[in-house]
Design a protein around this ligand. Structure first.
Ligand code: BTN
Length: 244
């Protein structure tokens, strides 16, 4: 049996608190909920994701048959898919590990992944994507951009939705059989690799050169005296200190 396609069910809402919660009403593998506006959009590390009309805000419900150790790969694959979707607008988007989507040095999209487990079984994963499409003004403290700012044109949100869902579907098609199969393509777009980075985890700060992505999606750092593997879930902040 072929796996269910992402977007086989697409539900649209004008306004929700967060698509991450609203999607829970759709108990279907591959279902998508997209909202024109969110009143309580959330980002990684308990940050707010400012979500006025003009952006793309969606969540996908996945029920993947994978081990919990592989869950960290899901947001990386989703970030890659979003970057690939932007090829349609010739934006050459890059990825800052784990899953910030950048054009130049500015963030154009973010991915949030929330999973539920029963013991060591994955029940489901909600992958949220926030993509700046037609916004032209952002708070100055955010180094953000949008498709409109980059192309100089307003863009049809449905065309962006179609491109993103198509790219997500392609990237997740072979996921269960080969969860890390996308990493080679991910690494090509990842600006963090080969950079000097400072990573703040809950307990400590690690400095080193990013030398690879591990099979579970973790960042491999060469510090002064050892190789350290950092999982995205443990990270509070990643600062790239040196150019690639
Ligand atoms: C990040 O911090 O970079 C991740 C941002 C993820 C935002 C999206 S918008 C759609 C979905 N609903 C939310 O509340 N958050 C995610």
């Amino acid at each position: 049996m072929s796996p269910p396609r992402i977007g086989s069910v697409v539900e649209r809402r004008d306004r929700v608190a967060s698509t991450m919660d609203a999607i829970r009403d759709l108990d279907v593998d591959g279902a998508v909920l997209v909202a024109r506006e969110q009143t309580e959009g959330r980002g990684r590390h308990d940050r707010t994701w400012h979500s006025p009309e003009g952006g793309l805000y969606l969540s996908v419900l996945l029920k993947p048959d994978v081990a919990p150790a592989k869950l960290g790969l899901i947001p990386l694959a989703a970030g890659l898919a979003v970057a690939e979707a932007l090829d349609r607008w010739n934006l050459r988007a890059k990825l800052s590990w784990p899953n910030d989507v950048l054009v130049g040095r500015s963030k154009i999209a973010g991915v949030l992944s929330e999973s539920r487990l029963s013991g060591d079984r994955v029940d489901d994963v909600v992958v949220g994507v926030g993509l700046n499409v037609n916004a032209t003004l952002f708070p100055p403290e955010l180094d953000a951009t949008s498709i409109r700012l980059e192309t100089g044109r307003a863009v049809d949100l449905d065309a962006v939705l179609e491109a993103v869902l198509g790219a997500l579907d392609r990237r997740f098609e072979g996921y269960a059989e080969d969860p890390a199969g996308f990493l080679e393509d991910y690494e090509v777009r990842c600006t963090t690799l080969d950079a000097e980075v400072a990573i703040e985890t809950d307990g400590a700060k690690v400095h080193g050169r990013a030398v690879g992505i591990g099979d579970d999606g973790e960042l491999v750092l060469r510090t002064a005296d050892e190789l350290v593997r950092v999982r995205a879930g443990d990270v509070r902040e990643v600062v790239e200190e040196g150019p690639r």
